[in-house]
Ligand binder design. Structure first.
Ligand SMILES: O=C(NO)c1ccc(C(=O)N2CCn3c(-c4ccccc4)cnc3C2)s1
Ligand SMILES: [Zn+2]
Length: 390
C-alpha cells in the first residue's frame, strides 16, 4: 500500500515493505508498482510525503464488519471466537484467498492512518493507493474482490476517535459501492454520493438504484447518480461535469462536510473495456473533479483507490488527482467536452436523481432546468445571473 499526502512538511517516507508483498491475486499488485513508478517519473513523489502504512486492528475491522467476516479473512489464530462458524468450505475458501490477511489489513490500516492525519490537520490531504477495491464489501458480505471496506472503516474511525460530525463519501468508481451504501444507509452523518454505470440494474453488481435514498434517520443521505442507457454513447467528461455541477457539488455544499473521503476508482476512465465500464472520462476530468471536492471541508480530502485496470489510464488519472491535491491547477479539459451538451441518456439519468433528491436537498431543485446545458453554457448562464443580481 502507498499513502501519499500533500504534507505540510515535505519529508518523504515510504514503506518499501509494501512492495515486497507479492500479491498474486489477479494483477492488483501490479497497479501499486505502476502507480509508484509513475509518481516518481512525473516528479510528484518529491512533492508528497509517503505515509507509513500499518496493519488494521481487529477492533478497527469490527467497527464495520461482522466478526464472522473478519475472522474468516484474518484467520482464527488472533481471536477465540464464540460464534458458530459456517461450513468448513467457507473456512477453506477464506484460507485460500489469494491475497494474504496481512495485505488486506495493511490496506485498511493505511487508509485509517492517512484519514486520521488529514482530519486531525497534520496533513492537508492525501491519496491512499491500496491493492483491492473495498467499496463492495458490506457489514457481513464480501463481493467483487472487495473483502474489507477501507473507506467505510476509515469513516467509522473518524467518527469514533476524532468525533468528526459530518463525512461526505464520493464514489466515482464506475461500479456502485453497495457495501458503503449499506453500511451508512441509516446514518445521517455520513452522506454517500455515488456515480456509477447502472443500466437499469443490468450492470455489475446490479444495485445502486437512484431511488435508494437512505432510511430512518439516514433518509436523504444516500445519493445514487445511476447512469442508464448503456454505451450509446459512453459517458464522458461532459456527463460527469454535468453530474458534478447539478447534483454532487450543490448537495455536498449544502451538507457542508467536515471531511471528504473519495472512493476513487478509475474504471470509468477512457480505455477500459465494456465489461469493466466502457466509459471515457479523461484523466484531466478526474483532476478537475478532485479540485472541485477540495472546495469542501477546508480541503480535507482523502482519495482511496478502488477500481481501475488499464494501467496507463489508471496512472494518467491518478497523476492528475495527485497533481490537484498538491495544489497544481488542473489542466484545462478538452474544449470539445466543455462545449458538448451531456448526452440524452445522461440528461434523463440526472433528471431522475434530481427529481428524487429534490425532496431532501433545496440546492438541486433549480438544477433540473439547466441539466441539459454544456459546462460552458451553464457557466455563462450562472455568471449572467450573478451579474444581474449585483
Ligand atoms: O472495479 C470493481 N469494483 O469497483 C470491480 C469489481 C469486480 C470486477 C471484475 O469484474 N473483475 C475484477 C478485476 N478484473 C481484472 C483485473 C485487471 C487488472 C488488474 C486487476 C484485475 C480483469 N478482470 C477483472 C474482473 S471490477
Ligand atoms: Zn470499479
Amino acid at each position: 500500500q502507498i499513502s501519499v499526502s500533500h504534507a505540510l512538511s515535505h519529508r518523504l517516507v515510504f514503506d518499501y515493505q509494501m512492495l515486497k508483498h507479492v500479491c498474486d491475486c489477479g494483477g492488483y499488485g501490479d497497479r501499486i508498482v505502476s502507480i509508484w513508478t509513475r509518481l516518481l517519473e512525473c516528479g510528484l513523489r518529491n512533492q508528497c510525503k509517503a505515509v507509513k502504512g500499518r496493519l488494521a486492528t481487529f477492533e478497527e475491522l469490527l467497527s464495520v464488519h461482522s466478526e464472522e467476516l473478519v475472522c474468516l479473512y484474518t484467520g482464527l489464530s488472533e481471536r477465540t471466537s464464540s460464534i458458530a462458524y459456517r461450513s468448513q468450505t467457507d473456512l477453506d475458501t477464506a484460507s485460500n484467498t489469494s491475497c494474504s490477511a496481512e495485505i488486506l489489513k495493511m490496506a485498511v490500516g493505511s487508509v485509517i492512518e492517512l484519514a486520521l492525519r488529514v482530519a486531525g490537520g497534520e496533513l492537508r490531504n492525501g491519496f491512499a493507493v491500496v491493492t483491492h477495491p473495498g467499496h463492495h464489501a458490506s457489514h457481513s458480505q464480501t463481493c467483487g474482490s472487495s473483502i474489507f471496506n477501507s473507506v467505510a472503516i476509515a469513516a467509522k474511525q473518524l467518527q469514533e476517535r476524532l468525533k468528526v460530525k459530518k463525512i461526505l463519501i464520493v464514489d466515482w468508481d464506475v461500479h456502485h459501492g453497495y457495501g458503503t451504501e449499506e453500511i451508512f444507509y441509516t446514518d445521517p452523518s455520513v452522506l454517500y454520493i455515488s456515480l456509477h454505470r447502472y443500466d437499469n440494474g443490468s450492470f455489475f453488481c446490479g444495485n445502486g438504484q437512484p431511488t435508494r435514498v437512505g432510511s430512518d434517520r439516514g433518509e436523504g443521505y444516500n445519493v445514487n447518480v445511476a447512469w442508464s442507457g448503456g454505451l450509446s454513447p459512453p459517458m464522458g467528461d461532459a456527463e460527469y461535469l454535468a453530474a458534478f455541477r447539478t447534483v454532487v457539488m450543490p448537495i455536498a455544499h449544502e451538507f457542508s462536510p467536515d471531511v471528504v473521503l473519495v472512493s476513487a476508482g478509475f474504471d470509468a476512465a477512457e480505455g477500459h473495456p465494456e465489461s469493466l465500464g466502457g466509459y471515457r472520462v479523461s484523466a484531466k476530468c478526474f483532476g478537475f473533479l478532485t479540485r472541485k471536492l477540495m472546495e469542501l471541508a477546508e480541503g480535507r480530502v482523502v482519495l482511496v483507490l478502488e477500481g481501475g485496470y488499464v494501467l496507463t489510464s489508471l496512472c494518467d488519472a491518478l497523476q492528475a488527482c495527485v497533481s490537484a491535491l498538491v495544489g497544481n491547477e488542473p489542466e484545462p479539459l478538452a474544449e470539445m467536452e466543455l462545449v458538448r451538451k451531456p448526452c440524452f441518456n445522461a440528461v434523463e439519468s440526472l433528471k431522475t436523481v434530481l427529481h428524487v433528491q429534490s425532496r431532501y436537498w433545496r440546492s438541486v431543485r433549480s438544477m433540473v432546468d439547466t441539466v441539459s446545458l454544456s459546462y460552458v453554457n451553464a457557466e455563462r448562464r450562472y455568471s449572467a445571473g450573478t451579474e444581474a443580481a449585483l
